[in-house]
Design a protein around this ligand. Structure first.
Ligand code: ADP
Ligand code: MG
Length: 261
């Protein structure tokens, strides 16, 4: 269905309650991530058993949102507001205590841990605050790593890693090790690694946290540039993300307080 008009106030009100998302720009694009009533408590071992001394922290409280292919969304909020927990839940690294998480049409709460791992490997790329590059490997070998576990041939890995590095402007740094690169360049290597499997979904957790202002801004611009028809979720306390993303979900104390474009 292609919409040629802005969503009505009724649509918007319905979207708020159903978790549907109705941007005019992407209303025809498929929903890639849908959280419905997601609550996450740390310290809850899911067995129902709690000792008298155990304390739980509610990191997410009844969070609902849906994101479409092609959307670049900032998950913005202060430290402790639940941003990382939200990304981990969407990436299938954490099981929510309540609610459902659908990724590319699959309910993560209804599949095995092995199936979640496969879904993540095949369809999700991660970018972290601290880059997580292996210091002894060249930029190209770091970027090629996700292809090793997928059984891609060495020759093809090298080709695709070089292509991915070119995409982030590091075609001339293929053989450099992380220690020979600036912070901004290391984060670009990490972005190239996240993209090398051509994932539909990219999850970035505080990608500018280790970078100076100007470098951080360029990394945000790069994430937006490489988005194409991917879904990109950027968790950050960096208000500059608001200017470059299509949409901002604000989190406070584990709750979504605003969802704005
Ligand atoms: P953010 O990424 O916005 O800083 P987090 O998702 O890391 O927020 O944390 C949300 C809340 O959950 C905070 O109160 C934090 O202290 C708590 N929390 C995060 N990780 C854990 C954990 N592994 N065990 C217990 N509490 C945690
Ligand atoms: Mg965090």
């Amino acid at each position: 269905m292609v919409r040629d008009s802005q969503p009505s106030a009724d649509d918007t009100a319905r979207a708020r309650t159903t978790g549907d998302d109705l941007t005019s720009a992407t209303a025809a694009s498929p929903v890639t991530v849908r959280c419905k009533g997601v609550t996450h408590e740390y310290g809850d071992d899911s067995s129902g058993f709690r000792s008298a001394s155990s304390r739980t922290v509610t990191a997410l409280r009844d969070v609902s949102f849906a994101v479409r292919a092609g959307e670049v969304v900032g998950l913005v909020g202060p430290s402790g507001s639940g941003k990382s927990t939200a990304l981990h839940v969407v990436g299938g690294l954490l099981e929510p205590s309540a609610g459902t998480v659908e990724v590319l049409g699959t309910d993560l709460t209804g599949i095995s841990a092995a199936q979640r791992t496969k879904l993540r490997r095949d369809h999700v790329g991660f970018v972290f605050q601290q880059f997580h590059l292996l210091p002894s490997l060249s930029a190209r070998d770091n970027v090629a790593l996700p292809l090793v576990e997928r059984g891609v041939s060495r020759r093809e890995r090298r080709r695709r890693a070089a292509e991915s590095l070119e995409r982030v402007g590091l075609g001339d740094r293929l053989t450099h090790r992380p220690g020979e690169l600036s912070g901004g360049e290391q984060q670009r290597v990490a972005i190239a690694r996240a993209l090398v499997t051509d994932p539909e979904i990219v999850l970035a957790d505080e990608p500018t946290g280790e970078l100076d202002t100007e470098t951080g801004r360029r990394v945000l611009d790069l994430l937006v540039d490489v988005a194409d028809d991917r879904t990109v979720l950027i968790a950050t306390h960096d208000e500059r993300a608001v200017a470059v993303t299509d949409r901002v979900l604000r989190l406070l104390d584990g709750e979504v307080t605003t969802d704005a474009r």
